[in-house]
Design a protein around this ligand. Structure first.
Ligand SMILES: Cc1cc2nc3c(=O)[nH]c(=O)nc-3n(C[C@H](O)[C@H](O)[C@H](O)COP(=O)(O)OP(=O)(O)OC[C@H]3O[C@@H](n4cnc5c(N)ncnc54)[C@H](O)[C@@H]3O)c2cc1C
Length: 450
């Protein structure tokens, strides 16, 4: 048995790679293990002569300073931020796309929301604070803003980000900043005004609403991290991986060999915890694994010549009330350079989610026909003959921060206190967005350093 008193990181997604990068910067020896053959986890960009597309996440938001810091520490040249049109979001209602309002005037004029809710916003600061911290997002929004805002702003947002439903998501865990506005200030409007007035440190200012990718696709970020970390520090395509205990150390069994480590960091999906750490199962920590992941189908559709509506925004979302077959379309080539030829378009179409997991069973030709009809009807591209059409099915795409979340958070903490040296991360805790993942990866490294 090898005896290497250093850190084992389980998972070479953005979380594990960020943790490894900061350990490397601080000369802490580590080894990353992943059952996948390639680093990046769900981040996998692809390219051909005409297009660059994503099969996992397509864009992130620089909403945490750690995300900007990672680019600064790696290579700022790598960062690509979307132009201001990324602020334009379209919502489907009554056979038409409408811009999501971005100002009080457009809020008043939009057909998306009812007059009752438009004027009701004025009363939001005076509405009573909720009393149930486990209240669903649907009830939270209905109570503070009204049903039409739930149906035509929040529901499509939740589809777009979580492929989930406001009926199951709990804002305290999924949208902690929004939850805190009511909790701390009694109102979204009052809270937002307070927040705007609060002095910001230079570090706080690094967190922005800017939409980001990496130049040439998100995999460039993974390639840069891999280069800095060193492939020699990764064991990819690992077989028979599991961790056992040996006093205060951990024995990592992989590819038929056992190595002792003093610390183990987990960054995979919570569902896969028992596979990596069978000893957790025997200690009543099952709540740690309890996370539902929504299935998502992502279809990359590339056109050398785009003749539909101007793609002057981030994308279009379909509220569940409108009963369309797709969740939404992201206008990738409008956000980042080099994704499609001049005059063409690269779109990411999303289907499935919590409401229609069965769509992932459609055959490729059924998916083609659905996407064709949806793009023709919603974006007006009558001649549907894309040069690129590629389907990626994610059976476990996005973890839902639902009613199981508090028990999961408690079980993570309990496991860490029962087994000092075990650090549990991954997107079952701490947020699903790439900026959340980068923050967690850095925090895991800092915990080891301290
Ligand atoms: C289709 C899709 C679209 C998304 N869109 C966006 C978006 O637009 N913006 C955004 O910010 N976020 C988006 N997300 C979410 C975001 O991409 C993820 O939360 C994030 O990339 C997860 O990174 P991670 O490193 O935590 O996990 P992962 O990328 O899942 O990596 C974990 C790694 O751990 C390995 N692993 C797990 N268990 C074990 C084990 N037991 N033994 C060995 N190895 C193991 C896995 O093989 C994997 O490689 C999207 C996600 C998906 C799936």
């Amino acid at each position: 048995m090898g005896n290497e008193k250093y850190v084992a990181i389980v998972g070479a997604g953005i979380t594990g790679l960020t943790a490894a990068f900061y350990l490397k910067q601080n000369n802490i020896p580590f080894k990353i293990f992943d059952t996948s053959l390639k680093p990046g986890g769900v981040i996998q960009s692809k390219r051909n002569d005409d297009f660059v597309w994503e099969t996992g996440p397509s864009t992130g938001t620089l909403g945490k300073p750690e995300a900007m810091e990672l680019f600064e520490d790696l290579d700022l040249e790598l960062l690509e931020t979307a132009p201001s049109i990324a602020g334009n979001r379209y919502i489907w209602k009554g056979k038409k796309l409408h811009p999501l309002p971005s100002s009080p005037i457009s809020g008043l004029l939009t057909p998306l929301f009812s007059w009752k809710d438009k004027f009701g916003i004025l009363l939001e600061p005076f509405r009573a604070k909720g009393s149930d911290p486990e209240e669903t997002l649907a009830s939270f929004v209905k109570r503070r803003l009204g049903t039409s805002i739930l149906n035509y702003a929040v529901d499509p947002f939740v589809s777009g980000v979580y492929a989930g439903s406001p009926e199951t998501i709990i804002p305290k865990y999924a949208l902690p900043k929004l939850y805190a506005l009511e909790e701390n200030y009694g109102s979204f409007i009052r809270g937002s005004i307070h927040k705007m007035k609060e002095p910001k440190t230079e570090r706080d200012k690094k967190a922005t609403k800017k939409v980001f990718s990496a130049k040439g696709g998100l995999s460039r970020l993974i390639e840069k991290l891999t280069e800095k970390i060193g492939l020699e520090n990764m064991v990819l395509g690992v077989k028979d991986f599991c961790v056992s205990l040996n006093g205060n150390s951990f024995i990592v069994n992989a590819n038929g060999t056992s190595t002792e480590f003093s610390k183990v960091v987990f960054t995979g999906s919570a569902r896969r915890l028992p596979e990596a750490f069978p000893f957790l199962k025997e200690n009543g920590l099952d709540a740690a694994f309890n996370v539902s992941y929504t299935p998502v189908m992502e279809v990359a559709v590339g056109f050398k010549k785009w003749q539909g509506m101007p793609l002057d925004g981030f994308g279009a979302l379909m509220p569940s009330k409108e009963n369309r077959k797709i969740l939404g379309v992201l206008f990738l080539s409008s956000l980042f350079t080099g994704r499609a030829p001049e005059g063409g378009a690269m779109l990411s179409v999303f289907m499935g989610g919590i409401r229609h997991p069965e769509y992932l069973n459609f055959t490729d030709s059924e998916v083609y026909e659905i996407v064709k009809k949806e793009i023709q009807e919603t974006l007006g591209q009558k001649d549907f003959s894309p040069e690129l059409f590629e389907i990626t099915r994610h059976s476990m795409a996005i973890p839902q921060y639902d009613k199981n979340t508090p028990a999961r958070i408690a079980a993570f903490a309990k496991a860490e206190s029962m087994y000092p040296g075990l650090l549990l991360g991954g997107n079952g805790i701490g947020g699903i967005g790439m900026a959340d993942r980068i923050r967690q990866g850095k925090e895991l490294a800092l915990r080891i350093l301290s």
